[in-house]
Structure formats: C-alpha cells, structure tokens
Design a protein around this ligand. Structure first.
Ligand code: AQP
Length: 329
C-alpha cells in the first residue's frame, strides 16, 4: 500500500479553500492507502500566535479532520510538535538546502512582503525544509495538497534526490504531490487575485467550515465580481465569477460548462443565491459533527494513539538518515 502524508497549520479554522484543495483528497485516499494526517503546529509559530488560541486551534483542526470524515481506524492523526523527529530531520534538511532555492519560494516572498530584510523571521525562510521533513520522515509516496504548495513539494523532491545522490543510497523515498482538478486554488472572495487564507484580515474574504449560515450568505453575496453580469469562466478577465464558478462546481460536482449554460442570461444574483445553498448544504453537516467531537474524550485518545504510531515510523526513518549522515554513535 502506498503511503500518504499531509498536514494543516492550526493558524485558524479551516476554510473552504483548505477543504476543497486538500482535505477532500484526504478522505478519498484513506480506503486504499496508508494515510498519515498531521496538525502542523510548529509551522504556525513561524509568525507570532496567541498561545491560548493556538492550543485551541490545534484541537479544532484535529476535530475538523474527524468531522470531515477522517477515520482514525484507517488513518493516523497526530500533532506535529509531539513527534520530535520532525524537528531533528528538519535541521538535517536545512543543512542540505541552499539560500538561493529557499529565497525563490513564492510563499516566503509573499509572507515577507513589506518587511525590512533585518526583521523577516528566519522561520518563514526555513519553513519549507521543515515541511520537507514532515513528508520525508514517513517515507511518504503521495502528498495531497493545494496548488499553493506545488513549489514546496518540488523542493522536498529536490532535497530527497540530492541526498540520495550524495550517499548513492535510497536514504529517502521521493514523494509526489497530488492536486485536485476543481478547487486546487480557491481565491479570496474580496480579492480574487490572492488565495483564500486563514490569516487574512477581512473575515469576509473567506468562508470557514465553522461559519454560521448568515456569515456564509453575507460573504458570498458581497463577493467581488464584475459589472457585465455574465456567468462565464474567464480567469483572466473575470477572476471573481470564475472563482465562484470553481467553488460551485467543486461542491456540487456539476461541470463548469454546465453551470455556465444553467445561468445563461440570469445574472449574478440568482447564481450567488444558489451558491449559498450549495455551500451551506455541503458544510453544515461537518459543523454539526465538529460540535460532537471537539470536546470528546475520543479526540484525546485518537491523538495520543496517533502520536505513538507516528513516532514509531518517524523514529525508524530518522535513525536511517542519521546513520547515512554519520551523526550519532
Ligand atoms: N486558497 C486555497 N485553495 C486551495 N487549497 C488551499 N490550501 C490553503 N489555501 C488554499 C491548502 O490547504 C492545505 C492546508 O494549508 P495550511 O494551513 O497548511 O497552510 P496555508 O497554505 O498557508 O493555508 P492558509 O489558509 O493560507 O493559512 P495561513 O493564512 O495561515 O497562511 C494545504 O494543502 C494548502 O495547499
């Protein structure tokens, strides 16, 4: 069975971009793969977080994993900082990476925008090597993620191949990214030229899985479109309506071309009203399940068990890597 690894940062609650781009794949894969899903809390502290909120979001994300359908009997679920092999392997990979390749990461460029060189946190620079460690620590074959992570997966592959070539051994399994056809990159509702994000200031730029029906309706009805009232997919000239069409298609399973025909001549009002309904129908069952799981004893047990199972795998890989590098005795 092929092994799958992926993670989500607990920097806030999941939005529909995370869900459509990454998490839907997590569920699809768990029946015929060995799946390992992580709450990557060490990534969250690359930028300052309120400690109380962070701890609460870790459990929120874990509960959301289960609420969307991750079955702990089939998949391993755990919290990154509880398995120390991630940090150790992260350092080893940082030592094998180059300043040049890390400087080219677009996410680093975005997150450091507007900051003076001297005050850019080092963590947002080296974050991709920790992400590579997360994946390589499990000998993962497949990494289901959104499109925004493509470059980081490429770096992970480059590092694995570089180290394998250096030692002329299979020190690492070289993983592959897996991306959705619809929803791989959901854009912000207030600015369809940037991706939907948990940490964007405007809460109406995103729809979180735990949002109320009223908030969902408001966010969709005020989403940026254009003035020609034509429901047509055209990323270049009509990025707002194209984004909404992708979301509609991803939730309903209706191809975009069929949606264009369905809403031909009907304007944006009707389209948005139906999109509200489609979105609420898709995410309200997740919200209800989340409420049941969030404070349950079961969640604690699942994460404890996940930590033990993940540690066994990662420690074995780390021992192999340390041996190949010649560190330790
Ligand atoms: N807008 C998006 N569209 C499709 N997929 C997305 N992902 C994130 N945003 C979108 C995918 O969701 C998974 C988890 O992401 P993450 O939390 O680990 O980190 P991120 O990519 O930095 O997500 P956010 O929401 O933008 O968080 P902040 O605001 O904290 O930076 C990943 O597979 C990602 O590709």
């Amino acid at each position: 069975m092929k092994r799958v690894f992926s993670g989500v940062q607990p920097t806030g609650n999941l939005h529909i971009g995370n869900y459509l781009g990454a998490l839907r794949q997590f569920i699809e894969l768990q029946d015929d793969h060995e799946c390992i899903y992580c709450v990557v809390d060490m990534h969250s502290i690359t930028l300052p977080q309120d400690p109380k909120e962070l701890r609460s979001h870790i459990l929120d994300i874990a509960a959301l994993y289960m609420a969307i359908g991750i079955d702990p009997k089939k998949s391993i679920m755990f919290v990154q900082s509880e398995v120390s092999a991630h940090a150790e392997l992260g350092w080893i990979l940082t030592c094998s990476s180059y300043m040049g390749e890390l400087s080219r990461m677009t996410q680093f460029k975005d997150k450091s925008k507007g900051k003076e060189n001297g005050s850019i946190p080092t963590g947002i620079f080296t974050y991709p090597t920790l992400m590579a460690a997360d994946i390589l620590a499990y000998d993962a074959d497949i990494v289901p993620v959104g499109n925004d992570q493509k470059q980081h997966i490429e770096l992970t592959r480059d590092l694995a191949i570089r180290i394998n070539n250096r030692f002329n051994k299979n020190t690492f399994v070289v993983p592959e990214g897996r991306f959705m056809k619809e929803g791989a990159r959901v854009m912000a509702l207030d600015d369809p030229t940037s991706k939907m994000s948990k940490s964007a200031e405007n809460e109406f730029s995103r729809i979180s899985i735990l949002d109320s029906d009223t908030k969902i309706k408001k966010a969709i009805m005020r989403a940026t479109t254009d003035s020609d009232a034509l429901v047509k997919f055209d990323i270049e000239n009509k990025p707002g309506i194209s984004n909404l069409l992708s979301i509609y298609s991803a939730f309903s399973g209706t191809p975009i071309s069929d949606l264009e025909k369905q809403y031909d001549g009907r304007g944006y009002g009707d389209f948005k009203k139906d999109l509200v309904e489609v979105t609420i129908n898709a995410i309200s069952p997740i919200r209800e399940k989340f409420e049941e799981i969030r404070n349950s004893h079961e969640l604690t047990k699942v994460l404890d068990d996940g930590r033990e199972r993940a540690s066994v795998i990662a420690e074995k890989v780390l021992a192999r890597v340390k041996n190949d590098f010649g560190i330790g005795r």
